[in-house]
Ligand binder design. Sequence first.
Ligand SMILES: Cc1cc2nc3c(=O)[nH]c(=O)nc-3n(C[C@H](O)[C@H](O)[C@H](O)COP(=O)(O)OP(=O)(O)OC[C@H]3O[C@@H](n4cnc5c(N)ncnc54)[C@H](O)[C@@H]3O)c2cc1C
Length: 493
Amino acid sequence: MDRRNFIASAGMLAAAGAAAPMLQGCSEADPMLRGAKVDVKESYKCQLLVVGGGPAGVCAAVSAARRGIKTMLVDSGNCLGGMGTKGLVGPFMTCYDAKGERMIIRGLFEEIVDRLIAVGGAIHPSKIRQGTEYTAWISEGHDHVTPFDPELLKVVYDHLCKEAGVKVLYNSMFLKPIMKGSNIAGAVFLTPSGLEAAAADMVIDATGDGTVAFRAGAPCVFGDPENNRVQPASLFFRMNNIDTPRLIAEVVPHLPEFRRVNGVSYRCLHWRVAEAEAAGEWDLARKSVNIWRSVEEDQWVVNCTRIHGVDPTDAENLSAAEEEGRRQVQELMHFFRKYVPGCEKATLMGTGSVMGIRESRHVHGDFVLPVQDLIDGLIPEDTILLSANSIDVHGAMGGPAGGLYMPIKKDMYGIPYRVLLPKGVGNLLLAGRCVSADSAAAGAIRVMPPAMALGQAAGTAAALSLLRGTTPQNLDFGDLRAALVADKAYLGE
Ligand SMILES: Cc1cc2nc3c(=O)[nH]c(=O)nc-3n(C[C@H](O)[C@H](O)[C@H](O)COP(=O)(O)OP(=O)(O)OC[C@H]3O[C@@H](n4cnc5c(N)ncnc54)[C@H](O)[C@@H]3O)c2cc1C
């Protein structure tokens, strides 16, 4: 039996053999659960189920648990942090306003940064300026990023969840929701113990791909529906044994040559890429590289591989991309060792254990955030976070270049609460990359500091809805705003 059939039949087999009352009750409402012969253990019961333990999911779960909500956080991997840990993605993109004067993403994000700094795992964003080695020498839209150590971030997330009383379940893949009318009554997971179910009063989808919302029947679009494309994927890697002073000395004299021609960036080490290309030792779809100095002096984060047309919701497509990512990493390591002064002894510390997915499904609500609102610097009344991240859509045209990079015109823009509310599923909130936004708007708010703030807002809204006995749709926004401000989120003066 192939994987797809196994999952389909596992779902179909689940309910009839299940003794659990929740599953028997829900099987009638869910045709996929009829005729079951395999047990699904009803192992867990919680008030709030958060699916996906990336930056958004962690912040959602911690925010809710700190308000006394019995919260469970489930992730398919073996640690929390999503792209920032398993994916080796970093640094945290900017949390400052567009002038680089004020830290505007605070709350749990700031607490995480402070905890990282306390264990030597990050450099405070106030100390990091754009146009330096910490920003791949990019000089716009990258002021005050936060370099961090992914291993220490895992531990910080562990502590945060433990202290807040979040029940965390690793290595557990969400398969399907158990629907009760238009609400989610629980979910089935494939865990190391088998098929297990968790009953929940409310659910947050923090899977990045919007998998819970999609399987619960909420409307979704894949990438940019105008051209049915998604941003390219990138397999991140980290390297060390770099002679950082020599590498910096190699790059800095070339800074005046950095340019963008017909959408193609000629930035860091473009002169070395040209040499490798001339020697027939470069076949990557880019003319320069993105390397970011990390917390330790000799460690650098490399964001250079580029794989087009990756669909993380398609197992075979994703599998092919994983191999192509590793091939590109080897080619890049050869390039750094052979062509780049200071990198002769570079060691590959590791590649991400998951492919770096910039874009997949966008779940839609009644309101879909248009990119124009960000460009215009709109700050709606129901703003849950302020941000100034640029609109950064990599190579959306499918070629080596293209894409859209647009610094915003005002100091900041506000993201409204409405982006967290999917259409048609009453007790589900969205958090992180999958929120209700158009493709270009998502290109701005997909980065980790906004993802954490979206998670904090979703977890707080879920908690308040449960405590007040209302739905996220009917929650009083004034109540939510006051709770976010009390928890040190910055929502303006
Ligand atoms: C190539 C690339 C470069 C980037 N560069 C930066 C950068 O420099 N700075 C920055 O701040 N941001 C950057 N980002 C963006 C950022 O990393 C992500 O958009 C952000 O992590 C989104 O957070 P999230 O919590 O929504 O999703 P994720 O971080 O993707 O976390 C989702 C979690 O859900 C889990 N999950 C998914 N499906 C299931 C399931 N069915 N069952 C159980 N668990 C599931 C996943 O395992 C994962 O742990 C980059 C992203 C990419 C891909």
